[in-house]
Design a protein around this ligand. Structure first.
Ligand code: GLA
Length: 622
């Protein structure tokens, strides 16, 4: 299948006489898919019970005549003003109790029965109307679920949280009390009715409660996606279903979500001002590919040039947009789409770049869009992604939620830690999958568990660590169970046997030396039971150990330290880069037997006896 190319298209913002030009220029740019209807609710439904689909019929027909397929949104992302006026309880509240009012977008509570009913009605009406339209090739649930208001502390969220908790604890309040450890600070509950979301309180609130609230909040959003999906299928529509993810988004456990979707899609807005951001982008691409192994994903949104929502919005360098688009394709995407087709003339996003800029076709942005469209059209069928990586790095949302709490030995950013390990492999062009703590790990020769503090079921990981294959766990691993409770017998109670060490103490630090490397924020005091010490802290305590293939690093290492450890592990495991010996900042990614080489430097480099221009790319074979 060819690569989809296109973007969000918001025709309701334009008079109909502009639409003909849109389709003509889309064709000129090589566009094959438009995402329509994301923010069309107010246009489709001017009042409850009244629908106006005539305009949408006309634009979808017009796109179809132009050979452009439609990713049709359910349109539930931004309720019209009449909805919030009529049903004010659909709004969310912050932790401090402030209402998030209408006037922007996403002013709805996932748990609001009113919102859910209205969203269900809109979804049903839209799907019944367009399920058989030949232009519609994909359904797009809502939009960036949870992006602005994922955590809701309102009374209505409190009601839903209690329902969720009584299901989780089988209606047994003492099961909840035990899980949360509520004899602490006199927090014992005698009824689910007493439980609140973790609102602003005089002192830090119960960690088990915080963790369950994060799980509940992800589930509440997922439940909306499920509701819309069920309506689509009940209506008899057979096209695949997606919703646009936001990379390593903190408020949704995308690994759990992935199972509900036919196609994974992602929105990625790397910051062109940050010269290392292409590594973060590679992390997101690898995460998306890993969420549904073997299935190509879609880059649903990226900016054609600058965004408008950072304090100062750097443009992409000439060629950089194409380079990062090819990174997505090289890492498993079968679609390159943008926000948005035509730059808005009014509203908050009028300074956000678009494929067709406000100043028209005589712009660098449009020229680069046209050029990329032509290049993608020539690619033809690409191999299915999956199975390329010999290395897995574990990335887990519930662990993220557990680490992201106050009252720990030291606070650090778990997602940044995982990305730091991914980047250390990326710098060597070693391909990595991002997997959950349950594996499966069979196909890997090297597994890294950065700060896997919460482990629900250690079985698969312990089996891997004991298998003799190469394994690394790093500081703040294996401390608590799924309820954020310490286990009897100290720390590292589940993986310690395989690692041959036990963590005795956690120490918050500013900076520390280990071997000839540095670390900061957190180090541990280890008891070495049955392991070789590969490096010590300056005070002589063990910092980096190995038992068979199982390595433990008792500190949060800086980038250089991570690079050194990765060099050791890659050697130990015998994992090879996709391509060795490339110049600095030249990326190689594998997709089946296809290899994409991308130069992330602004200047040309020599590769394979030829020249790769600044931000140039080249497709070759393994
Ligand atoms: C998100 C949204 C889009 C748009 C872009 C702007 O990705 O889904 O509607 O607001 O951000 O960068």
């Amino acid at each position: 299948m060819a690569i989809w190319y296109g973007g969000d298209y918001n025709p309701e913002q334009w008079p109909e006489d502009v639409w003909a030009e849109d389709v003509r220029l889309m064709r000129q740019a090589g566009v094959t898919m438009a995402t329509v209807g994301v923010f069309s609710w107010a246009r489709i439904q001017p009042a409850e019970g009244r629908y106006d689909y005539g305009w949408l019929d006309r634009i979808i027909d017009r796109l179809h005549e132009g050979g452009i397929a439609v990713d049709l949104a359910t349109g539930t992302a931004s309720p019209p003003p009449w909805a919030a006026q009529k049903y004010p309880r659909m709004l969310t509240e912050t932790r401090e109790g402030a209402t998030r009012w209408p006037g922007g977008r996403q002013h709805y509570a996932a748990t609001s029965p009113d919102y859910r009913r209205l969203a269900a009605e809109l979804t049903r009406a839209t799907v019944e109307r367009y399920r058989d339209h030949p232009a519609v090739v994909l359904w797009h649930l809502n939009n960036e679920l949870g992006c602005h208001a994922a955590l809701d502390y309102s009374d209505q969220a409190a009601d839903a949280f209690r329902v969720w908790l009584s299901a989780r604890y089988a209606d047994d309040i003492d099961a909840l009390n035990d899980a949360w450890g509520t004899w602490f600070w006199s927090q014992r509950y005698t009824s689910f009715e007493q439980i609140l979301p973790p609102r602003l309180a005089p002192a830090s609130v119960n960690p088990g409660g915080l963790l369950d609230f994060r799980r509940f909040s992800s589930d509440a959003l997922l439940d909306l996606a499920r509701m819309e999906k069920a309506i689509i299928r009940e209506a008899g529509a057979t096209q695949p279903i997606t919703t646009n993810f936001m990379g390593a988004f903190p408020h949704a456990d995308y690994r759990a979500w992935a199972a509900e979707l036919d196609v994974i899609s992602d929105d990625n807005y790397f910051d062109p001002r940050d010269p290392e951001s292409f590594r973060g982008a590679a992390f997101s691409r690898d995460l998306m590919r890993s969420l549904k192994p073997g299935t190509p994903w879609l880059l649903m949104e990226q900016a054609p040039n600058a965004v408008n929502w950072r304090p100062n919005n750097a443009p992409k360098a000439p060629g950089q947009m194409a380079a990062l688009s090819m990174q997505a394709v090289g890492r498993g995407a079968d679609g390159v789409l943008f926000f948005q087709w035509r730059q808005a003339a009014a509203g908050s996003e009028k300074f956000h770049s678009a494929m067709l800029p406000h100043a028209g076709t005589g712009t660098r942005t449009f020229r680069e869009i046209e050029k990329l469209g032509a290049e993608l059209a020539e690619l033809g069928d690409l191999p299915a992604p999956g199975g390329e990586a010999r290395v897995a790095v574990i990335f887990d949302w519930e662990n993220w939620w557990a680490i992201d709490q106050p009252d720990h030995p030291a606070r650090f950013d778990y997602a940044a830690e995982v990305q730091g390990w991914h980047a250390a492999f990326h710098r060597r062009n070693i391909q990595v999958d991002l997997v959950g703590p349950q594996g499966p790990f069979d196909s890997y020769d090297l597994v890294v568990a950065p700060s896997l503090y919460l482990i629900r079921d250690a079985g698969p990981l312990r089996a891997y660590a004991e298998s003799g294959r190469t394994f690394l766990a790093t500081a703040f691993t294996d401390a608590v169970d799924e309820y954020d409770r310490l286990l009897p017998g100290g720390f590292t109670t589940r993986l310690g046997g395989a690692l041959g060490v036990a963590v005795l103490e956690y120490e918050g630090i500013d900076e520390v030396t280990w071997g000839d490397q540095r670390g900061s924020t957190l180090r541990e005091v280890l008891r070495v039971d049955d392991a070789e010490v590969l490096a010590t802290f300056a005070d002589g305590e063990a910092a980096f150990t190995r038992r068979g293939g199982a390595h433990y690093l008792a500190v949060l290492a800086d980038d250089a330290g991570k690079a050194a450890v990765v060099a050791t592990l890659a050697g130990h495991a015998g994992v090879e880069p996709v391509r060795a010996g490339l110049p600095d900042r030249v990326e190689a990614c594998a997709r089946g037997d296809m290899v994409t080489l991308i130069n992330h430097n602004a200047t040309a480099v020599e590769v394979d006896g030829g020249t790769l221009p600044g931000y140039g790319y080249k497709i070759t074979k393994r």
